[in-house]
Design a protein around this ligand. Structure first.
Ligand SMILES: [Zn+2]
Length: 115
């Protein structure tokens, strides 16, 4: 942790992502690191101290201010790549359905993930 502290010492950090999931936050931090952006997660150490007890917590992903735009780009790309939020196309009739629809609004064909 001390190496990280030195890296971020004296720099203005900005929050680029807020959430309650420290696992996702560290995943995002790793993603930023892989793009050459120094990122740090705060609040994550407050979770998991008591294993098995879920705790709502303010987990923040921080980057130095000058990396803000680059970090936003990476996070944006990451969100677009997540299939969970994507629309899906009905294999039966070809209509495009919102991710929240479990069956095709047009023909009723079920969207059966994993089937
Ligand atoms: Zn359909």
């Amino acid at each position: 942790m001390s190496g990280e502290d030195a890296l971020f010492a004296g720099r203005e950090l900005v929050c680029v992502n807020r959430g309650t999931d420290p696992i996702e936050a560290s995943l995002l931090a790793g993603l930023l690191h892989s793009e050459g952006i120094p990122a740090t997660v705060t609040g994550a150490d407050l979770v998991g101290g008591y294993s098995g007890v879920p705790k709502v917590c303010d987990v923040r992903l921080l980057v130095p201010a000058r990396y803000r735009a680059a970090a936003a780009d990476v996070l944006e790309r990451y969100r677009h790549e997540r299939p969970a939020d994507e629309e899906w196309t009905c294999p039966a009739c070809g209509e495009v359905n919102a991710a929240t629809f479990e069956s095709c609004w047009n023909c009723g064909h079920e969207c059966a993930p994993g089937a």
